[in-house]
Ligand binder design. Structure first.
Ligand SMILES: Nc1ncnc2c1ncn2[C@@H]1O[C@H](COP(=O)(O)OP(=O)(O)OP(=O)(O)O)[C@@H](O)[C@H]1O
Ligand SMILES: [Mg+2]
Length: 474
């Protein structure tokens, strides 16, 4: 950047020097032309003081003219008469050219005005020769005007020098100033970077102090928000790990206890083995469920395809009715083909059905159904079982959340408390949520409430589903 400015300034200096020189030369030429005009004037009006009449000889005319002429310091005038230097203006010139035979012989024979450049002891000079002829005069002559260019060049050079110095100083000052400004602008970013460097996974509670309202402040703010999200994501993962290891410890303890005390008697031995196998089976399920929950956070969790919801409901009913002897019915079956992950939806409905079975008795009814309401697809499982206390309704969707028999953990037949968490994850992944309506003693209805994404492709709800998903996850 500074280099560019420096280059531009140098180019400007070169151009300035050239323009100044050209102008100076033009001025010199102007002076020369002016001398010619003056001489013509003089020739027209002057009279020879010796005779009181107009000049009759070129020599005298030129002598008279030169006697009156007052040359500038860097100027000299002299006359040539019959090809030889005759008179010279009074002032002492920077260099004598009338004594330079080469120059004199070059201009001696001219019959037309001529101008040019000649080298002199005082550097290059511009000269002009004005041949003079008088009617009836016995001699011919010329007035020679010489403008020494050196002082002019010297002036240009010093002007350029001053310009260069001023430019350099300005450039340096501008450089320092922009360095300072850049430093001040970058300071908050540097702080940001330093803070970012110090933040480790272990201390995610550090935040950047936000001051002001500019872009940098906004950046810091965004950064802090990102840290908030990271922190809660890490906390969530740690919580999951804690929960998982806690839950896995129970069956491991049970298995170890049984195996340590295993007896030699075949009957007891096979009973212990059955127990151990049962615990292992539970552990296996737990691990599978945890894997599923972990996977639900990933974008490739769903495998979308065309799903006929009526088929889906009938299939779930067929599978679920094997879970227990209940009054199984289909409540509604909307005719609809949607874009969804049929396997995950089946999985969710099966979890709900399994819960329903667990909280009902054989004489109770369980119904599965699907409806389309206000552009939303609803898949529901209702039971006429025990129902859920209002204070538990939100909590049971958490991982490892169970109601009632809390001291009874790890007993046969109890779930791990992951089922509803899985149901909620599947609903969220589809951009929806789970609704619960339950009355203790009367029964419960769980509904997967999803955005309707018809499978005919060109429907705007695909986008809605995607945004809905991110909202549901939050
Ligand atoms: N249909 C229902 N009727 C009454 N209570 C229910 C019903 N469904 C769930 N619950 C309550 O919600 C709790 C959590 O259910 P969830 O499916 O998450 O876990 P779980 O069934 O205990 O274990 P898992 O599903 O992992 O085997 C259950 O322990 C139960 O107390
Ligand atoms: Mg369950």
């Amino acid at each position: 950047m500074m280099l560019l400015v420096a280059l531009a300034l140098s180019a400007e200096l070169v151009i300035a020097a050239r323009v100044l020189t050209e102008r100076a030369e033009a001025e010199l030429d102007q002076e020369l032309v002016h001398e010619g005009d003056k001489l013509r004037d003089y020739a027209e009006r002057a009279v020879d003081p010796a005779t009181g009449e107009p000049y009759r000889e070129v020599r005298n005319l030129l002598a008279g003219y030169l006697a009156e002429a007052v040359p500038d310091a860097d100027e000299t005038l002299f006359s040539l008469v019959d090809g030889r230097p005759a008179h010279r203006a009074r002032a002492e010139p920077p260099a004598r050219l009338d004594t330079d035979p080469r120059f004199v012989s070059r201009i001696a024979g001219l019959s037309q005005p001529e101008s040019g450049t000649v080298a002199s002891a005082a550097g290059p000079a511009r000269y002009a020769v004005f041949p003079v002829r008088l009617e009836g005069a016995p001699d011919t002559g010329a007035l020679v005007v010489v403008e020494f260019a050196a002082p002019v060049e010297e002036r240009v050079a010093s002007t350029v020098r001053v310009l260069a110095v001023v430019s350099f100083v300005a450039l340096t000052l501008a450089g320092l100033a922009s360095w300072q400004v850049a430093g001040r602008v970058l300071a908050p970013i540097r702080t940001l970077r330093r803070t970012a460097e110090t933040i480790r996974e272990s201390d995610l509670d550090q935040r950047i102090v936000v001051t002001g309202t500019d872009d940098v402040a906004a950046l810091a703010h965004t950064f802090n928000e990102m840290l908030d999200r990271l922190q809660s994501a890490f906390a969530g993962q740690r919580q999951l790990l804690d929960d998982a290891s806690h839950e896995l410890r129970t069956p491991i303890t049970v298995i170890r206890g049984h195996l340590e005390l295993i007896s030699d008697k075949p009957a007891e031995r096979s009973r212990t083995l059955a127990l151990v196998l049962d615990e292992l089976h539970r552990m296996n399920r737990l691990v599978d469920d945890l894997m599923l929950l972990a996977k639900a956070e990933r974008p490739d969790f769903l495998d979308l395809s065309e799903v006929d919801v009526t088929d889906l409901v009938m299939e779930v009913l067929a599978k679920a009715s094997a879970l227990g002897d209940r009054q199984w019915t289909v409540s509604d079956a909307a005719e609809q083909t949607v874009l969804a992950d049929g396997q995950r939806l089946t999985q969710a409905l099966m979890q709900l059905a399994a819960n329903a079975v667990r909280h009902t008795r054989p004489e109770d009814a369980i119904s599965i159904g699907t409806t389309v309401v206000d552009g939303r697809l609803r898949l529901g499982v209702s039971d006429t079982g025990t129902g859920i206390a209002p204070e538990d309704c939100a909590r049971i969707f958490d991982r490892f959340a169970r109601t009632g028999h809390r001291g009874d953990r790890g007993r046969r037949g109890d779930g791990a408390g992951l089922g509803l968490a899985i149901v909620a994850s599947i609903a969220h992944a589809h951009g929806g949520r789970v609704l619960l309506d339950s009355t203790p003693g009367k029964g419960s209805t769980f509904i997967l409430d999803l955005p309707l994404v018809p499978a005919d492709g060109h429907h705007h709800d695909t986008a809605t589903a995607a945004t809905g998903r991110s909202e549901a996850r939050r």
